[in-house]
Design a protein around this ligand. Sequence first.
Ligand SMILES: [Zn+2]
Length: 404
Amino acid sequence: MRTIAAAIALILSLAACNNDATTPTPTPDPRDALPPPEFDAIEFVRLLAADDMAGRDNDTPQSARARQLLTDTLRPLANPPADGTPGNDAYLQPFEGGTNVIGLIPGTGPLADEYILLGAHYDHLAPGECDQLGTTDDICNGAADNAAGVAQVLAIATELRRAQIADPDLPRRSVLLTLWDREEDGLLGSRYYAANPLIPLDQTVTYVNFDIQGSSFSPDLATASFLVGAETGGPHLEAIVSGLAANSPLDYYLLSEALAQDRSDHTTFGDAGIPILLLTDAPNGCYHTVHDDIAHLDTPKLLDQIASSTRLVTTLTTEPDRPRFTPDAPPITYADAQQLLRLLTRARDVNLFGPDATTQIAAATTHLQSIVDAGPTTFDFEAAATILTIAATTTDQLTALDCP
Ligand SMILES: [Zn+2]
């Protein structure tokens, strides 16, 4: 038991601590000198996916121009990730053959040491590296893939910054904006970051990835979009994502990470044991063609996606609880069967697919229906394998459609 004398000494020392605690001089935030940010996501996609960016392939003059646009946009929103040299170069993380662009919105209070990463790749393909669809155009603009994802990260950052100007106690968690280079070469930008993180990976509590947004489909699938991998963050992240899906004008499908087939930078962070979430539209007929440009972008859909994901990120940055990585989550579940069945039922748009795909989709729908009818208790390895195959086939069928 503590003696009275010791207790008094402790109280005195605490009081002394309080008295001695000189208020540290706050470092001036360079963003405070700038007016509140404005951001027009559609205009931004128009610029980033313009012909004069030539597809933003890594290590090209056009890639450098794209970075100039990114850093100019970042300055009023986010600080460089490390103290030191001010200026646009402070946002750059160069690596072999590429350069990531990274900005920090610092959080406030006891959760500020926890970081939410928002990521999107800004690189795309060199002229001639995508399908020219029989045209003389050879520029791979990459509007949906992935100028739109980058615009979404910056739009969310704008809202976070505006909220912070209105209430300096926001956001509670810190937010790192990570715009990757060389995703198209095999996730090289995000892989480099994970090997050389600017924030310790064990303080990175969730990575949210945006890749292929504003991608348009048939009328029946016009609002379809995908939220992938919430199971990696346990029941807490799953509940946040379900709540988002229930309160969005978009028709969100929630799928397990395994069904995204390691296609984008979220894979890097999942491999590092960090909860991930991928927001994506499945590739459509414009994917990796010269028609993935602003003229073919579904801009109302992108704006809905921005509004929904802003709410998602606001929740992630303010909730007292945080997602926890769940390494033992089953890779594919009964819920995936339910979600895919709902998607395929909706996709049986009579004139959309050719005869072979229509037959395959009908067979897949019947198969999924039998898995769902059998109930969750009989869901087994064979059912999971079937779902993996159907998801891959469906992705191929959507990609094979005409570019709308
Ligand atoms: Zn992409």
